[in-house]
Design a binder for this molecule. Sequence first.
Ligand code: NAI
Length: 257
Amino acid sequence: MADRFDFAGRTVIVTGGASGIGRAACVKFGQSGANIVVSDLKIQDAQAVATVINEFGGTAIAIESDVRHADSVENLVKQTVERFGRLDVFVANAGIALAKSLEDTSSAEFDRVLDTNLKGIFWGAKFALPYMKAQGGGAFVVTASKVGLVAQLDSPIYCASKGGAVLLTKALALDYAKYNIRVNCVCPGIVDTPLLEDFFQQLPDPAATRAAFSTAQPLGRLATSEECADAILYLASDAASFVTGVALPVDGGFTAQ
Ligand code: NAI
């Protein structure tokens, strides 16, 4: 039952916790003894994840939050601290995909991707880090992407949002190191989640693209959500106590090429 990390007595928020990588992280944090707040736009799916964790003996609650809106994220942090009395880890994971060229992307789509994938991290940091500062420390982990490190064809706005996420991570790591707060990001490659399927469905031949993406990874396959969640738990854990400002690829070797 227990995972390889120990988060007993610690409180963890995961945004986008109802699905994919975020869901896997919630379950693993739950298995590691954390008080886990499963947060998502989709409250019923978040509640289902919390139920799974509570049923195996963990401690989880679900809180509805839209990372695009300051008041929603502020309320998420406030409710968490009211319920559990502290906040040790914030995982800014919520994100959406956009597989569109520059010329096909509307202003509304640009705003939606940047508001979710970049501004959502800003709000998480803005409201979580002051609590951690007052508490004497904490860990903030961002789910960025390998496309925040190297660009990919036909998704310039998604790449821009993830490039911003990587540099926001590094800048916050510098600013908050003096408060014993570590800020890191994982940079997943291609992970088999509902978001990936949504991304494929935006392209002309989803099945062919899935096959091509798999063989393009040096390890020859897509990652699982659990493999990305393991990296998130590592960066949040005491095992990474001297690790901050890192963008950790979890990409099967893709960015080593
Ligand atoms: P997913 O679609 O399975 O899960 C994302 C979750 O975020 C969903 O439950 C969704 O409801 C939630 N969400 C979306 N907008 C939100 C908002 N405004 N406020 C709160 N919650 C919101 O996706 P997946 O694949 O697990 O993605 C998680 C993160 O990993 C994202 O940031 C994504 O960009 C990133 N990522 C995913 C990769 C992949 O291949 N699946 C590769 C690299 C990065």
